[in-house]
Design a binder for this molecule. Structure first.
Ligand code: HEM
Length: 395
Protein backbone atom coordinates (compact mmCIF):
# COMPACT_ATOMS: atom_id res chain seq x y z
CA UNK A 1 0.00 0.00 0.00
CA UNK A 2 1.81 3.13 -1.15
CA UNK A 3 -0.97 5.68 -1.71
CA UNK A 4 0.07 7.73 1.31
CA UNK A 5 3.61 8.09 0.03
CA UNK A 6 4.07 11.78 -0.68
CA UNK A 7 7.27 13.78 -0.88
CA UNK A 8 7.15 17.54 -1.37
CA UNK A 9 10.65 18.90 -1.98
CA UNK A 10 9.56 22.39 -0.86
CA UNK A 11 8.17 21.24 2.51
CA UNK A 12 10.51 22.57 5.21
CA UNK A 13 9.07 20.21 7.84
CA UNK A 14 9.68 17.06 5.77
CA UNK A 15 13.13 18.45 5.01
CA UNK A 16 14.15 18.34 8.67
CA UNK A 17 14.50 14.55 8.36
CA UNK A 18 13.52 13.27 4.91
CA UNK A 19 15.43 10.00 5.32
CA UNK A 20 12.59 7.73 6.52
CA UNK A 21 10.46 8.96 3.63
CA UNK A 22 13.26 8.58 1.10
CA UNK A 23 13.83 5.03 2.35
CA UNK A 24 10.17 4.19 1.65
CA UNK A 25 10.41 5.85 -1.75
CA UNK A 26 13.48 3.76 -2.59
CA UNK A 27 11.69 0.58 -1.52
CA UNK A 28 8.16 1.21 -2.76
CA UNK A 29 8.39 3.68 -5.66
CA UNK A 30 11.96 3.83 -6.99
CA UNK A 31 10.54 5.86 -9.86
CA UNK A 32 8.53 8.32 -7.79
CA UNK A 33 6.11 10.65 -9.58
CA UNK A 34 4.93 13.92 -8.08
CA UNK A 35 2.08 15.31 -10.19
CA UNK A 36 1.65 18.51 -8.20
CA UNK A 37 5.13 19.75 -9.10
CA UNK A 38 5.44 17.68 -12.27
CA UNK A 39 8.62 15.72 -11.63
CA UNK A 40 9.91 12.17 -11.37
CA UNK A 41 12.47 11.32 -8.67
CA UNK A 42 15.10 8.56 -8.82
CA UNK A 43 16.31 7.69 -5.35
CA UNK A 44 18.33 4.46 -5.40
CA UNK A 45 22.10 4.86 -5.53
CA UNK A 46 22.47 2.78 -8.71
CA UNK A 47 19.78 4.78 -10.55
CA UNK A 48 21.09 8.16 -9.40
CA UNK A 49 24.60 7.15 -10.37
CA UNK A 50 23.51 5.94 -13.82
CA UNK A 51 21.44 9.09 -14.34
CA UNK A 52 24.37 11.37 -13.52
CA UNK A 53 26.62 9.43 -15.90
CA UNK A 54 24.20 9.52 -18.85
CA UNK A 55 24.21 13.14 -20.01
CA UNK A 56 22.71 12.17 -23.37
CA UNK A 57 19.47 10.92 -21.81
CA UNK A 58 19.41 13.29 -18.83
CA UNK A 59 20.11 16.85 -19.92
CA UNK A 60 21.27 19.69 -17.67
CA UNK A 61 20.55 22.31 -20.34
CA UNK A 62 17.05 23.06 -19.02
CA UNK A 63 18.40 23.95 -15.60
CA UNK A 64 19.10 21.67 -12.64
CA UNK A 65 16.97 23.32 -9.94
CA UNK A 66 13.35 22.18 -10.00
CA UNK A 67 11.49 25.50 -9.97
CA UNK A 68 13.95 27.13 -12.36
CA UNK A 69 13.76 24.39 -15.00
CA UNK A 70 12.51 25.50 -18.41
CA UNK A 71 10.83 23.59 -21.29
CA UNK A 72 13.42 24.96 -23.74
CA UNK A 73 17.18 24.72 -23.13
CA UNK A 74 18.57 27.69 -21.17
CA UNK A 75 21.25 29.89 -22.67
CA UNK A 76 22.92 31.04 -19.46
CA UNK A 77 26.42 30.02 -20.48
CA UNK A 78 26.84 28.46 -17.00
CA UNK A 79 28.77 25.20 -17.24
CA UNK A 80 26.42 23.49 -14.80
CA UNK A 81 23.44 24.16 -17.13
CA UNK A 82 25.10 22.83 -20.29
CA UNK A 83 25.58 19.39 -21.85
CA UNK A 84 28.63 17.87 -23.53
CA UNK A 85 30.26 18.59 -25.95
CA UNK A 86 29.97 22.38 -25.34
CA UNK A 87 30.17 21.76 -21.59
CA UNK A 88 33.33 19.66 -22.06
CA UNK A 89 35.13 22.45 -23.91
CA UNK A 90 34.21 24.98 -21.24
CA UNK A 91 35.21 22.54 -18.52
CA UNK A 92 38.65 22.00 -20.06
CA UNK A 93 39.08 25.78 -20.23
CA UNK A 94 38.12 26.52 -16.64
CA UNK A 95 40.00 23.49 -15.32
CA UNK A 96 43.19 25.15 -16.60
CA UNK A 97 42.56 27.86 -13.99
CA UNK A 98 41.30 25.50 -11.30
CA UNK A 99 44.53 23.57 -10.87
CA UNK A 100 45.39 21.22 -8.00
CA UNK A 101 48.44 23.42 -7.35
CA UNK A 102 46.28 26.50 -6.88
CA UNK A 103 43.89 24.64 -4.55
CA UNK A 104 46.66 23.04 -2.47
CA UNK A 105 48.34 26.43 -2.11
CA UNK A 106 45.25 27.68 -0.29
CA UNK A 107 45.70 25.39 2.72
CA UNK A 108 47.71 27.78 4.85
CA UNK A 109 45.44 30.66 3.95
CA UNK A 110 42.37 28.61 4.93
CA UNK A 111 44.06 27.78 8.23
CA UNK A 112 44.76 31.47 8.86
CA UNK A 113 41.14 32.35 8.07
CA UNK A 114 39.96 29.68 10.53
CA UNK A 115 42.21 31.20 13.19
CA UNK A 116 40.83 34.67 12.44
CA UNK A 117 37.27 33.39 12.86
CA UNK A 118 37.81 30.98 15.77
CA UNK A 119 40.45 32.60 17.99
CA UNK A 120 38.12 35.34 19.27
CA UNK A 121 35.77 32.57 20.49
CA UNK A 122 38.38 30.93 22.72
CA UNK A 123 37.38 31.32 26.36
CA UNK A 124 33.82 32.32 25.41
CA UNK A 125 30.77 30.34 26.49
CA UNK A 126 29.90 29.53 22.90
CA UNK A 127 29.08 30.92 19.47
CA UNK A 128 27.09 30.15 16.36
CA UNK A 129 29.10 27.47 14.58
CA UNK A 130 27.40 28.08 11.23
CA UNK A 131 26.62 31.80 11.21
CA UNK A 132 29.94 32.87 12.75
CA UNK A 133 32.18 30.24 11.17
CA UNK A 134 31.00 27.60 8.67
CA UNK A 135 29.04 30.09 6.58
CA UNK A 136 31.82 32.71 6.65
CA UNK A 137 34.78 30.61 5.62
CA UNK A 138 33.82 29.53 2.06
CA UNK A 139 33.14 33.02 0.75
CA UNK A 140 36.45 34.29 2.16
CA UNK A 141 38.24 31.34 0.56
CA UNK A 142 36.64 31.86 -2.84
CA UNK A 143 37.63 35.54 -2.78
CA UNK A 144 41.21 34.50 -2.12
CA UNK A 145 41.07 31.84 -4.84
CA UNK A 146 39.82 34.32 -7.43
CA UNK A 147 42.38 36.92 -6.41
CA UNK A 148 40.14 39.58 -4.86
CA UNK A 149 42.20 42.49 -3.49
CA UNK A 150 42.45 42.47 0.32
CA UNK A 151 41.00 46.00 0.28
CA UNK A 152 37.83 44.73 -1.44
CA UNK A 153 37.51 41.60 0.68
CA UNK A 154 34.92 42.81 3.20
CA UNK A 155 32.71 44.40 0.56
CA UNK A 156 32.82 41.32 -1.68
CA UNK A 157 32.15 39.08 1.32
CA UNK A 158 29.02 41.09 2.18
CA UNK A 159 27.91 41.09 -1.47
CA UNK A 160 28.32 37.30 -1.66
CA UNK A 161 26.20 36.97 1.49
CA UNK A 162 23.45 39.06 -0.14
CA UNK A 163 23.39 36.77 -3.21
CA UNK A 164 22.02 34.07 -0.87
CA UNK A 165 19.24 36.24 0.51
CA UNK A 166 16.02 34.19 0.67
CA UNK A 167 12.54 35.72 0.68
CA UNK A 168 9.35 34.12 1.93
CA UNK A 169 7.34 32.98 -1.08
CA UNK A 170 10.00 34.04 -3.59
CA UNK A 171 12.88 31.91 -2.43
CA UNK A 172 16.19 32.50 -4.18
CA UNK A 173 14.77 34.76 -6.90
CA UNK A 174 14.38 38.20 -5.29
CA UNK A 175 15.55 41.80 -5.84
CA UNK A 176 18.23 41.81 -3.14
CA UNK A 177 19.86 38.62 -4.40
CA UNK A 178 19.64 39.69 -8.03
CA UNK A 179 21.20 43.11 -7.34
CA UNK A 180 24.06 41.42 -5.46
CA UNK A 181 24.67 38.98 -8.33
CA UNK A 182 24.83 41.85 -10.82
CA UNK A 183 27.20 43.77 -8.55
CA UNK A 184 29.48 40.74 -8.26
CA UNK A 185 29.43 40.13 -12.00
CA UNK A 186 30.35 43.78 -12.67
CA UNK A 187 33.16 43.64 -10.12
CA UNK A 188 34.60 40.41 -11.52
CA UNK A 189 34.31 41.67 -15.13
CA UNK A 190 36.22 44.87 -14.29
CA UNK A 191 38.89 42.96 -12.40
CA UNK A 192 39.24 40.36 -15.15
CA UNK A 193 39.61 43.06 -17.80
CA UNK A 194 42.32 44.70 -15.70
CA UNK A 195 44.15 41.33 -15.52
CA UNK A 196 44.45 41.27 -19.32
CA UNK A 197 46.80 44.27 -19.13
CA UNK A 198 48.41 43.47 -15.78
CA UNK A 199 48.44 39.71 -15.21
CA UNK A 200 48.82 38.40 -11.66
CA UNK A 201 49.28 34.93 -10.18
CA UNK A 202 45.60 34.40 -9.53
CA UNK A 203 42.60 32.59 -10.92
CA UNK A 204 41.09 35.63 -12.61
CA UNK A 205 44.26 35.92 -14.69
CA UNK A 206 44.32 32.20 -15.50
CA UNK A 207 40.70 32.32 -16.61
CA UNK A 208 41.44 34.84 -19.35
CA UNK A 209 44.74 33.29 -20.36
CA UNK A 210 43.48 29.69 -20.68
CA UNK A 211 43.08 28.38 -24.23
CA UNK A 212 41.61 25.26 -25.71
CA UNK A 213 41.84 24.08 -29.30
CA UNK A 214 38.85 22.31 -30.83
CA UNK A 215 37.80 21.52 -34.42
CA UNK A 216 36.48 25.06 -34.57
CA UNK A 217 39.83 26.60 -33.70
CA UNK A 218 41.43 28.02 -30.58
CA UNK A 219 39.06 29.27 -27.98
CA UNK A 220 39.47 31.53 -24.96
CA UNK A 221 36.93 32.84 -22.48
CA UNK A 222 35.48 36.31 -23.02
CA UNK A 223 35.48 38.66 -20.03
CA UNK A 224 31.77 38.09 -19.57
CA UNK A 225 32.17 34.30 -19.69
CA UNK A 226 35.00 34.44 -17.15
CA UNK A 227 32.93 36.69 -14.87
CA UNK A 228 29.97 34.33 -15.29
CA UNK A 229 32.15 31.47 -14.17
CA UNK A 230 33.39 33.47 -11.17
CA UNK A 231 29.76 34.07 -10.18
CA UNK A 232 29.01 30.36 -10.56
CA UNK A 233 31.92 29.47 -8.28
CA UNK A 234 30.49 31.75 -5.65
CA UNK A 235 27.01 30.25 -5.89
CA UNK A 236 28.13 26.62 -6.21
CA UNK A 237 30.91 26.74 -3.64
CA UNK A 238 29.71 28.89 -0.78
CA UNK A 239 26.34 27.63 0.46
CA UNK A 240 27.24 23.98 -0.07
CA UNK A 241 30.54 24.09 1.81
CA UNK A 242 28.99 26.08 4.65
CA UNK A 243 26.35 23.39 5.02
CA UNK A 244 28.92 20.58 5.00
CA UNK A 245 30.95 22.13 7.84
CA UNK A 246 27.71 22.85 9.72
CA UNK A 247 26.57 19.22 9.36
CA UNK A 248 29.92 18.07 10.73
CA UNK A 249 29.48 20.40 13.73
CA UNK A 250 26.06 18.93 14.49
CA UNK A 251 26.93 15.28 13.79
CA UNK A 252 30.11 15.30 15.86
CA UNK A 253 28.23 16.81 18.81
CA UNK A 254 25.73 13.96 18.47
CA UNK A 255 28.57 11.39 18.39
CA UNK A 256 30.97 12.55 21.12
CA UNK A 257 32.96 9.29 21.10
CA UNK A 258 33.80 9.69 17.42
CA UNK A 259 34.55 13.38 17.96
CA UNK A 260 37.06 12.46 20.68
CA UNK A 261 38.75 10.07 18.26
CA UNK A 262 39.10 12.84 15.67
CA UNK A 263 40.48 15.26 18.26
CA UNK A 264 43.05 12.64 19.30
CA UNK A 265 43.97 11.64 15.75
CA UNK A 266 43.36 14.34 13.10
CA UNK A 267 44.45 11.93 10.34
CA UNK A 268 40.94 10.44 10.67
CA UNK A 269 39.29 13.73 9.71
CA UNK A 270 39.48 13.31 5.92
CA UNK A 271 37.40 10.12 6.09
CA UNK A 272 34.98 11.76 8.55
CA UNK A 273 34.40 14.45 5.91
CA UNK A 274 33.49 11.76 3.33
CA UNK A 275 31.14 10.08 5.78
CA UNK A 276 29.48 13.43 6.54
CA UNK A 277 28.98 14.03 2.82
CA UNK A 278 27.42 10.59 2.40
CA UNK A 279 25.26 10.86 5.49
CA UNK A 280 23.85 14.36 4.94
CA UNK A 281 24.43 15.49 1.36
CA UNK A 282 24.57 19.32 1.41
CA UNK A 283 23.17 19.42 -2.15
CA UNK A 284 20.59 16.61 -2.08
CA UNK A 285 18.87 16.82 -5.49
CA UNK A 286 20.19 17.37 -9.04
CA UNK A 287 17.61 18.20 -11.70
CA UNK A 288 17.64 16.96 -15.31
CA UNK A 289 15.22 16.79 -18.27
CA UNK A 290 14.92 13.47 -20.12
CA UNK A 291 15.66 13.70 -23.84
CA UNK A 292 14.04 10.37 -24.82
CA UNK A 293 11.48 7.89 -23.53
CA UNK A 294 13.00 5.57 -20.95
CA UNK A 295 11.75 2.71 -18.79
CA UNK A 296 13.15 2.17 -15.30
CA UNK A 297 11.99 -0.62 -12.96
CA UNK A 298 9.05 -1.18 -15.33
CA UNK A 299 7.87 2.43 -15.19
CA UNK A 300 7.82 4.49 -18.39
CA UNK A 301 9.27 8.00 -18.21
CA UNK A 302 8.39 10.03 -21.31
CA UNK A 303 10.85 12.33 -23.06
CA UNK A 304 10.69 15.88 -21.71
CA UNK A 305 10.11 14.81 -18.07
CA UNK A 306 11.68 16.73 -15.23
CA UNK A 307 13.81 14.28 -13.27
CA UNK A 308 15.25 14.77 -9.81
CA UNK A 309 18.30 12.64 -9.05
CA UNK A 310 18.20 12.37 -5.26
CA UNK A 311 21.86 12.30 -4.31
CA UNK A 312 20.76 12.83 -0.68
CA UNK A 313 18.80 9.58 -0.77
CA UNK A 314 21.51 7.68 -2.67
CA UNK A 315 23.93 8.16 0.24
CA UNK A 316 21.52 6.29 2.53
CA UNK A 317 20.72 3.43 0.17
CA UNK A 318 21.21 0.12 2.00
CA UNK A 319 21.68 -1.52 -1.41
CA UNK A 320 25.02 0.29 -1.53
CA UNK A 321 25.97 1.03 2.11
CA UNK A 322 25.47 -1.50 4.94
CA UNK A 323 23.58 -0.04 7.90
CA UNK A 324 23.35 3.30 6.08
CA UNK A 325 21.68 5.29 8.88
CA UNK A 326 24.67 4.78 11.16
CA UNK A 327 27.15 7.67 11.13
CA UNK A 328 30.58 6.08 11.25
CA UNK A 329 33.79 8.04 10.69
CA UNK A 330 35.63 4.75 10.10
CA UNK A 331 33.28 3.57 7.36
CA UNK A 332 35.13 2.41 4.26
CA UNK A 333 33.39 2.95 0.95
CA UNK A 334 34.59 3.32 -2.59
CA UNK A 335 32.38 6.25 -3.62
CA UNK A 336 29.41 8.50 -2.96
CA UNK A 337 27.45 10.79 -5.26
CA UNK A 338 27.25 13.85 -3.01
CA UNK A 339 29.62 15.71 -5.37
CA UNK A 340 27.78 14.34 -8.42
CA UNK A 341 29.44 12.02 -10.95
CA UNK A 342 30.72 12.03 -14.49
CA UNK A 343 30.72 15.10 -16.73
CA UNK A 344 29.47 17.54 -14.09
CA UNK A 345 31.39 16.07 -11.12
CA UNK A 346 31.90 18.95 -8.72
CA UNK A 347 34.76 21.08 -9.96
CA UNK A 348 35.31 22.35 -6.42
CA UNK A 349 35.37 18.94 -4.70
CA UNK A 350 39.07 19.14 -3.81
CA UNK A 351 38.59 22.65 -2.44
CA UNK A 352 35.48 21.69 -0.44
CA UNK A 353 37.31 18.68 1.03
CA UNK A 354 40.30 20.83 1.94
CA UNK A 355 38.14 23.52 3.55
CA UNK A 356 36.14 21.00 5.57
CA UNK A 357 39.22 19.12 6.74
CA UNK A 358 41.09 22.25 7.81
CA UNK A 359 37.95 23.72 9.40
CA UNK A 360 37.50 20.57 11.53
CA UNK A 361 41.19 20.34 12.41
CA UNK A 362 41.20 23.94 13.60
CA UNK A 363 37.88 23.55 15.43
CA UNK A 364 38.91 20.39 17.29
CA UNK A 365 42.32 21.81 18.17
CA UNK A 366 40.68 24.70 20.01
CA UNK A 367 37.39 23.17 21.11
CA UNK A 368 37.53 19.37 21.54
CA UNK A 369 33.97 19.29 22.92
CA UNK A 370 30.77 21.29 22.47
CA UNK A 371 27.02 20.94 22.82
CA UNK A 372 24.46 22.10 20.30
CA UNK A 373 21.60 24.26 21.54
CA UNK A 374 18.98 22.53 19.39
CA UNK A 375 16.15 24.77 20.59
CA UNK A 376 17.82 27.76 18.98
CA UNK A 377 19.24 26.02 15.90
CA UNK A 378 17.71 27.14 12.60
CA UNK A 379 17.56 24.99 9.51
CA UNK A 380 18.20 26.27 6.02
CA UNK A 381 16.09 24.77 3.31
CA UNK A 382 16.52 26.18 -0.16
CA UNK A 383 16.06 24.50 -3.52
CA UNK A 384 19.75 23.76 -3.75
CA UNK A 385 21.02 23.06 -0.26
CA UNK A 386 19.96 21.37 2.95
CA UNK A 387 21.55 21.98 6.35
CA UNK A 388 21.79 24.51 9.14
CA UNK A 389 21.54 28.29 8.85
CA UNK A 390 22.28 28.73 12.56
CA UNK A 391 23.85 26.25 14.94
CA UNK A 392 24.43 27.76 18.39
CA UNK A 393 27.00 25.76 20.34
CA UNK A 394 28.02 25.82 24.01
CA UNK A 395 31.67 25.28 24.76
C1 HEM B 1 30.49 20.46 0.17
C2 HEM B 1 30.56 21.28 -0.81
C3 HEM B 1 30.04 21.02 -2.18
C4 HEM B 1 29.08 20.13 -2.61
C5 HEM B 1 28.26 19.16 -1.78
C6 HEM B 1 28.98 20.29 -4.06
C7 HEM B 1 28.14 19.54 -4.85
C8 HEM B 1 28.13 19.58 -6.23
C9 HEM B 1 27.35 18.71 -7.08
C10 HEM B 1 26.39 17.63 -6.59
C11 HEM B 1 27.62 19.03 -8.36
C12 HEM B 1 27.04 18.35 -9.62
C13 HEM B 1 25.80 19.06 -10.10
C14 HEM B 1 25.11 18.33 -11.21
O1 HEM B 1 25.43 17.17 -11.50
O2 HEM B 1 24.19 18.93 -11.79
C15 HEM B 1 28.55 20.13 -8.35
C16 HEM B 1 29.05 20.77 -9.46
C17 HEM B 1 29.85 21.89 -9.40
N1 HEM B 1 30.46 22.43 -8.28
FE1 HEM B 1 30.25 21.78 -6.38
N2 HEM B 1 29.87 21.24 -4.47
C18 HEM B 1 30.53 21.72 -3.37
C19 HEM B 1 31.53 22.67 -3.34
C20 HEM B 1 31.97 23.37 -4.43
C21 HEM B 1 33.01 24.37 -4.42
C22 HEM B 1 33.82 24.78 -3.19
C23 HEM B 1 33.09 24.87 -5.69
C24 HEM B 1 33.99 25.92 -6.26
C25 HEM B 1 34.71 26.76 -5.62
C26 HEM B 1 32.14 24.14 -6.51
C27 HEM B 1 31.95 24.34 -7.85
C28 HEM B 1 31.19 23.52 -8.65
C29 HEM B 1 31.05 23.73 -10.09
C30 HEM B 1 31.70 24.83 -10.93
C31 HEM B 1 30.22 22.70 -10.57
C32 HEM B 1 29.75 22.47 -12.00
C33 HEM B 1 30.68 21.56 -12.74
C34 HEM B 1 30.18 21.24 -14.14
O3 HEM B 1 29.01 21.50 -14.45
O4 HEM B 1 30.98 20.71 -14.93
N3 HEM B 1 31.49 23.24 -5.70
N4 HEM B 1 28.88 20.43 -7.02
Amino acid sequence: MTDDLYWDPFDAVIDIDPHPLWRRIRDEQPVYRNDKFGFVALSRHADVDAGLMDTTTYSSAHGTVLELMTPEPMKTGHIIFMDPPAQTTLRVLVSRAFTPRRIAALEEHIRALCAELLDPRTGSGGFDYVRDFAAQLPSLVISQLMGVDPADREEIHRTIERTFHLEEGKGMVNDISLAAQIKLHTYFAEQIDARRDSPRDDMMTSLVQAEVTTDEGTRRLSTSEAANFANLLVSAGTETTGRLIGWAGALLAAHPGQRAELAADPSLIANAVEETLRYEAPSPAQGRVSTRDVEIHGTAIPAGSKILLLTGSAGRDERKYPDPDRYDIHRRFDSHVSFGRGAHFCLGAALARLEARVALEETLRRFPTWDVDHDRAVRLHSSTVRGYAELPIRL
